[in-house]
Design a protein around this ligand. Structure first.
Ligand code: AKG
Ligand code: FE2
Length: 358
C-alpha cells in the first residue's frame, strides 16, 4: 500500500512534553536547561573562518557548473534570480510572523501530536539532546486547513492560499535545482525514472518547516537549532533579515550564512548524498540566536515518494566507485534517523541491504 511520510512518525513517536515549551518572553536569564556547553554538543564551538558560502545567480550561463561545484565542495549554496516572486517571500514571512505571534494557548490548539508530524511544537531533534533549544516550530505536511482553522478561525483560508502558492513555486524550483546539480555530474533525465514523463518530479513529497528563534538574553550560551543534516534530497530555506544560520565544513569550521534579501539557501540533504554515492556531502548546519531581534526561517523539505527505493545512481557507480549505501526508501531512512540521528549515514553504510536495517 502506498504510504505517506506521516506514517513514519506514527511508528516512531517522539516524547517531548509540551510543558517543555518555554515562555521565551518572560525569561531574563538563561535557565540551566537552556544553557549549552561543548559537553552537550561536541560541535558547540564558535564560528571562526571568513570563508563564505557560494552565491549563485540562476540566470548565469555557467549555472550548472557552479551548482555542481557548490554541491561537491559545500553541500550548500545561496541563490538569486530563482523565479520565486519576492511578494510571495514576503507573504510566507508574514504568515510565519503572524503564527508565532499568536498567544501560546492558541498555538497549542494546533500542537503536534506525539505520533504526528504536522503542527506546532519544539524541534523534533530535541529528543537527542540533554539541553533545550531556544526555538519553536510549526510543520506543514499535506493540507494545513485543519491546523490553520484552529489558529485563525476567521482567516485560515488566506493563510492556506499562501502555503499552496509557496509549495507550487518551491516544487518547481526544487526540480530545477535537482537537474542542475545532477546534470553537473552527467546524470540525464532518462537516468531518473521516477522524475516522471516530463521530468518534473511530480511524485515528490515535501513538508514546510517554519521556525522561530525568539530574542535571547544570553545568545552565546544558547542554541536555536542544534547541528544536524536534513533527511531530504534538497532543502530550500528562506530566512528573514536576521543572521543565525551556520554551516559546517571539516576544513573550515562553522560559518554564518548572511541573509541576503530575496535570496534562498539550498542544502544538499542525506538522500541526495546517497543518490550521488557520496559525491555531494549533506551539509551539517545549525541555527544560533541573538539578543536583538527575533529570527524566522522557512524550510521547504523536499524528497522522493516515501516508498520509492533510493540508491546510488548506476551512472555514478563503477568498479572504482562501488556503491557506498544500500537501497532504501525515504520512509526507512527517516526511521533510521529517528534512532541514529547524525550517525544515520555511517550506520546504513555498514549494510548491504535495507532488509538488515531496523
Ligand atoms: O533556521 C535555520 O536557518 C535552519 C532551519 C533548519 O535547519 C531546519 O528547519 O531544518
Ligand atoms: Fe535543517
Amino acid at each position: 500500500m502506498h504510504s505517506t511520510l506521516s506514517d513514519v512518525f506514527i511508528s516512531h513517536p517522539i516524547h517531548i512534553p509540551l510543558s517543555n515549551l518555554p515562555d521565551f518572553t518572560s525569561l531574563r536569564h538563561l535557565p540551566d536547561s537552556y544553557t549549552w556547553t561543548p559537553k552537550d554538543d561536541l560541535l558547540f564551538s564558535a564560528s571562526s573562518s571568513d570563508e563564505s558560502l557560494p552565491f549563485i545567480d540562476l540566470s548565469d550561463p555557467h549555472v550548472a557548473t557552479r551548482v555542481g561545484h557548490a554541491c561537491t565542495t559545500w553541500g550548500a549554496f545561496q541563490i538569486t534570480n530563482h523565479g520565486v516572486p519576492s511578494r510571495l517571500l514576503d507573504d510566507i514571512e508574514f504568515l510565519t510572523g503572524s503564527l508565532f505571534q499568536l498567544p501560546v494557548n492558541r498555538k497549542l490548539k494546533a500542537a503536534r501530536r506525539e505520533d504526528g508530524i504536522s503542527g506546532y511544537g519544539v524541534a523534533r531533534i530535541a529528543s537527542f539532546f540533554n539541553k533545550q533549544m531556544w526555538s519553536e516550530g510549526f510543520t506543514v505536511i499535506g493540507s494545513p486547513l485543519d491546523d490553520f482553522h484552529k489558529l485563525w478561525p476567521r482567516q485560515h483560508l488566506k493563510y492556506c492560499k499562501i502555503i499552496q502558492e509557496y509549495e507550487e513555486h518551491m516544487q518547481k524550483l526544487a526540480a530545477k535545482l535537482m537537474w542542475l546539480a545532477l546534470g553537473a555530474l552527467g546524470v540525464e533525465e532518462k537516468d531518473i525514472e521516477w522524475a516522471g514523463p516530463i521530468s518534473d518530479f511530480q511524485g515528490a513529497q515535501a513538508a514546510i518547516q517554519l521556525n522561530h528563534y525568539p530574542i535571547c538574553p544570553e545568545p552565546d550560551r544558547a542554541m536555536g537549532l542544534a547541528a544536524h543534516t536534513d533527511s531530504t534530497l534538497l532543502t530550500i530555506l528562506y530566512q528573514n533579515n536576521t543572521a543565525g544560520l551556520q554551516i559546517f565544513r571539516d576544513d573550515v569550521g562553522w560559518i554564518t550564512v548572511p541573509p541576503v534579501p530575496g535570496s534562498l539557501v539550498v542544502n544538499v540533504g542525506d538522500l541526495l548524498h546517497i543518490l550521488t554515492n557520496g559525491i555531494f556531502p549533506s551539509v551539517l548546519h545549525r541555527a544560533r540566536v541573538n539578543h536583538l531581534r527575533s529570527r524566522f526561517s522557512m524550510a521547504y523539505l523536499w524528497g522522493p515518494p516515501s516508498d520509492l527505493m533510493i540508491s546510488p545512481l548506476p551512472k555514478l557507480v563503477d568498479p572504482l566507485h562501488s556503491p557506498l549505501y544500500p537501497s532504501l526508501t525515504w520512509k526507512q531512512y527517516l526511521a533510521t534517523k529517528a534512532t541514529h540521528f547524525n550517525q544515520s549515514l555511517s550506520f546504513i553504510r555498514n549494510y548491504l541491504s535495507s532488509d538488515q536495517i531496523s
